[in-house]
Ligand binder design. Structure first.
Ligand code: MRU
Length: 364
C-alpha cells in the first residue's frame, strides 16, 4: 500500500544485497522509520520486540532471518540454530513455524554452498505469495460488502468493525481483514471502519488507523468496549478480523478481545468473518481453547501507555497504582460456532472441519 504516495511493503531485501529492511512498527503512528536487519539476531529481535508483528509478517521475517543466518553460517548446525532461535521468538502465530519448516525443508537437502541463495529466493517467494494470497482474500470477501452496500441508500457507507491490526502492516501487503476494505474503497463503494483501540498495545489506534488514514479510508477510532453498544444500535454491518492461528476445526485464535466482539456480534446477528491466509491454519490442532499456546506478555504493557504529549513528544505514563499486579494474555480463542465464515484465498467456507476440508482437500 502507499506511504506518502509511494507503494511500500512491510519488508524487503536492502540494495546492499546482505541485509533486510522493515518498517519499525513500534514507532508508528508518530514516527515512520525504516530499520535494517543484518543478522539473524536482528530478525529474532524484530519479531520478539514487535518491530514487525502480525502472523503473516512474522512468517516472512523469519524466512528472511534464515537467509541472514545463512549469510554467516551455512552448516547444518547453523541452520538448526537459526531455526531454534527464530522459533523461540513468539509462540502463538503459527505462520512462524510454517515459514521455518518451509525453509528447513528447502535447505536441508542442499549442499551448504547452495543454501544462501536458496534461502534468499525462498524468503522472496514467501513474501510475493503472501501479497497474492491477501489480494485474493480481498476479492473473496468483496461480495460480502457489495451485497450490504446494494441494500443501503446511495452514498451510505457499509460500517465494518475490525480489531487489532490485520492490515497491510500485519502482512507483506494488503492485509487480511483490511484487504476487502481497501478493495471496496478503491472500487468506489462507500465504507466506514470502526477501529478498536486494542489494548494493551493499541495496534488498532497505532497501526490500523494510521493505515486507513494514509489510504484515505473513512474510519472512526473507538475504545475496545464500544463494539457491543454499536452493534446493538445497528451501527455495525459486518465484522472482519484476522487470526494468528485457526484450527482444523475452525476455532479462531486472534488478538485478545476478539472473542468478546464475536459474542456481541452473535447476540446482535452481525456477520463475523475471519480473514486468513492458508498458512495460518494449524492442521495439527483441533481444539483451539485447549491446544493453542497463548502468549503471556509483560504486565508493563497493561499498566503503562505511550502517546504524544502536549509538546509533541512521545511519552509513556503509568495508569493503575504502582502496587497492582497486571496480567497480559495477548490472544484469545473464538470457538468456531461464533464465526460466520472463514475467508481464505480459495474462497469463503464454514468455520468447521467440513468447511475447511472442502476448500483444502489437499491439506485435511
Ligand atoms: O500481537 P500481534 O500484533 O502480532 O497480533 C496480531 C493480530 O492479532 C492480528 O489481528 C492477527 O495477526 C492477524 S494478522 C493478519
Amino acid at each position: 500500500m502507499n506511504v506518502d504516495g509511494n507503494p511500500t511493503r512491510t519488508i524487503w531485501p536492502a540494495t546492499d544485497g546482505i541485509s533486510v529492511e522493515i518498517i519499525d512498527q513500534t514507532l508508528l503512528p508518530h514516527r515512520y522509520e525504516i530499520a535494517t536487519l543484518r543478522k539473524v539476531d536482528d530478525a529474532a529481535h524484530a519479531i520478539k520486540a514487535m518491530l514487525v508483528r502480525g502472523a503473516p509478517l512474522i512468517g516472512a521475517t523469519a524466512a528472511y532471518g534464515i537467509w541472514l543466518a545463512m549469510l554467516a553460517d551455512t552448516s547444518n548446525a547453523g541452520l538448526e540454530r537459526a531455526y531454534a532461535q527464530l522459533f523461540a521468538t513468539r509462540p502463538t502465530a503459527v505462520n512462524l513455524r510454517w515459514a521455518l519448516d518451509r525453509a528447513k525443508e528447502a535447505l536441508d537437502p542442499l549442499s551448504p554452498n547452495d543454501r544462501t541463495d536458496r534461502a534468499r529466493t525462498l524468503a522472496a517467494e514467501i513474501c510475493d505469495e503472501d501479497v497474492g494470497i491477501n489480494h485474493a482474500i480481498g476479492q473473496a470477501a468483496l461480495p460480502l460488502i457489495e451485497k450490504i452496500a446494494a441494500k443501503k441508500p446511495a452514498g451510505e457507507p457499509v460500517n465494518i468493525l475490525t480489531h487489532c491490526n490485520a492490515g497491510w502492516l500485519a502482512t507483506v501487503d494488503w492485509g487480511t481483514a483490511t484487504s476487502p476494505i481497501y478493495q471496496a474503497h478503491d472500487a468506489g463503494i462507500p465504507v466506514h471502519v470502526w477501529v478498536d483501540e486494542t489494548r494493551p498495545r493499541n495496534q488498532g489506534f497505532n497501526l490500523t488507523a494510521w493505515e486507513l488514514l494514509n489510504h484515505g479510508v473513512p474510519h472512526t477510532v473507538i475504545v475496545d468496549n464500544a463494539g457491543g453498544h454499536l452493534m446493538q444500535h445497528g451501527q455495525v454491518d459486518l465484522v472482519f478480523v484476522g487470526t494468528d492461528r485457526t484450527t482444523a476445526s475452525g476455532d479462531v485464535c486472534n488478538k485478545i478481545g476478539t472473542y468478546l466482539k464475536a459474542l456481541a456480534a452473535h447476540d446482535n446477528n452481525v456477520p463475523f468473518y475471519v480473514c486468513l491466509p492458508s498458512p495460518t491454519i494449524d492442521w495439527t490442532v483441533h481444539n483451539g481453547v485447549n491446544e493453542i499456546p497463548i502468549e503471556e506478555r509483560s504486565g508493563e504493557e497493561v499498566t503503562h501507555i505511550a502517546g504524544l504529549d502536549e509538546n509533541g513528544n512521545v511519552s509513556t505514563i503509568q495508569i493503575p497504582p504502582a502496587g497492582s499486579p497486571a496480567a497480559n494474555p495477548a490472544f484469545d480463542v473464538t470457538p468456531a460456532k461464533y464465526v460466520t465464515g472463514l475467508v481464505t484465498e480459495r474462497g469463503i467456507c464454514d468455520a468447521s472441519a467440513e468447511g475447511l476440508s472442502e476448500l483444502f482437500p489437499d491439506r485435511s
